[in-house]
Write a protein that binds this ligand. Structure first.
Ligand code: CP
Length: 326
């Protein structure tokens, strides 16, 4: 167990070592048990976490707010649009100033080419931990909850098991690429063989792919890329299928729509789930485009673990907050 997390930032999934992630999840399971038993666990009494959002959220906002209250502290919800950020407060100023008010700063800034840089600039100027609530490159709190859910459903010995991280069609908006990038970085460290499935235009960032391959080499796990959903789903133990935008390759909005619409058949349905192992689980961070990205039959079916996955956001984030902000 690694206990040296006080004061640390969490921006990239690899900011915490494998052993530190194990510590986070050990604490998360303890906090989940304490909440189930109604046992108080006010490790952050009188502490305040600033939650700065540049982008909409349901699960992230609610779980961070509830988590801080359950830990005995307070979360201050801040929207960029209703602050002077919209009139020129810089990232460095925000880090300096919010770091003097709060005991931690959490930020969601997903703008392509901007978000990760912004989080790092705030972190460099702040005297308190910076916790990502998702940027354009990574979504670490989602990935910690995902790993916690996988441990609950498949056990901790994941060696030889296969996760398919698949692109899926969506029509609502061009979703960030941070979730698949976090998954391919984190999961090899815990023994999973990763298969990434996407149409050719929906590549992930080359530097993230290199890092993911390096992790797979280091932990002696499989790492393959295929361009067919069916091929990816074959014999998978874990199906993680969601949409993301062709952001690495295409910037023009009209071209993004044109290219995305070529792949309407990339929906997770019962026929495709049948290609995976009989006891395979279906995961999605939500929100999903119902009956476009994934059918109701799968999303609400017995193999879906999406609500346990959403719940685990609360427990995993509470562990990160308690360990970094105490
Ligand atoms: N999965 C996730 O981050 O959900 P929200 O966008 O609702 O926060």
């Amino acid at each position: 167990m690694q206990t040296n997390l006080r004061g640390r930032d969490l921006i990239s999934d690899l900011d915490f070592s494998k052993e530190e992630v194990e510590t986070v999840l050990d604490v998360a399971f303890d906090l989940k048990r304490k909440r189930a038993l109604g046992q108080p666990h006010a490790y952050l009494r009188d502490k305040v976490l600033g939650l700065l959002f540049f982008f909409t959220s349901t699960r992230t906002r609610c779980s961070f707010e509830a988590g801080m209250a359950q830990l005995g502290g307070h979360a201050a919800f801040i929207e960029s649009q209703t602050t002077q950020i919209s009139h020129g407060d810089t990232a460095t100023e925000i880090g300096e100033i919010l770091g003097r008010y709060f005991d931690g700063i959490a930020i969601r800034q997903c703008d392509w080419g901007i978000g990760n840089r912004y989080l790092n600039e705030v972190a460099n100027a702040a005297r308190v931990p910076l916790l990502s609530m998702q940027c354009d490159v990574y979504h670490p709190p989602q990935c910690l909850a995902d790993l916690m859910t996988i441990w609950e459903k498949k056990g901790r010995d994941l060696r030889g098991k296969k996760i398919v991280v698949s692109w899926a069609y969506a029509s609502s908006y061009s979703k960030p690429i941070s979730v698949p990038q976090s998954l391919i970085l984190q999961m090899p460290r815990f023994g999973l063989d990763v298969v990434l499935a996407h149409p050719p235009e929906f590549e992930l960032m080359p530097e993230i792919m290199d890092q993911a391959r390096e992790q797979a080499r280091k932990y002696k796990t499989g790492f393959d890329v295929v361009d067919s959903m069916e091929e990816g789903f074959k014999d998978a133990d874990i199906v993680y299928a969601k949409s993301w935008g062709p952001l690495v390759n295409i910037t023009d909005p009209a071209e993004i729509t044109r290219v995305t619409n070529k792949y309407e058949s990339w929906i997770t349905d019962a026929r495709k789930m049948a290609l995976a192992k009989e006891d395979a689980i279906f995961m999605h961070p939500l929100p999903a485009d119902r009956n476009i990205e994934v059918t109701d039959e799968v999303l609400d079916g017995p193999q879906s673990v999406v609500f346990d996955e959403a719940e685990n956001r609360l427990h995993a984030q509470k562990a990160v907050m308690a360990l970094t902000m105490a």
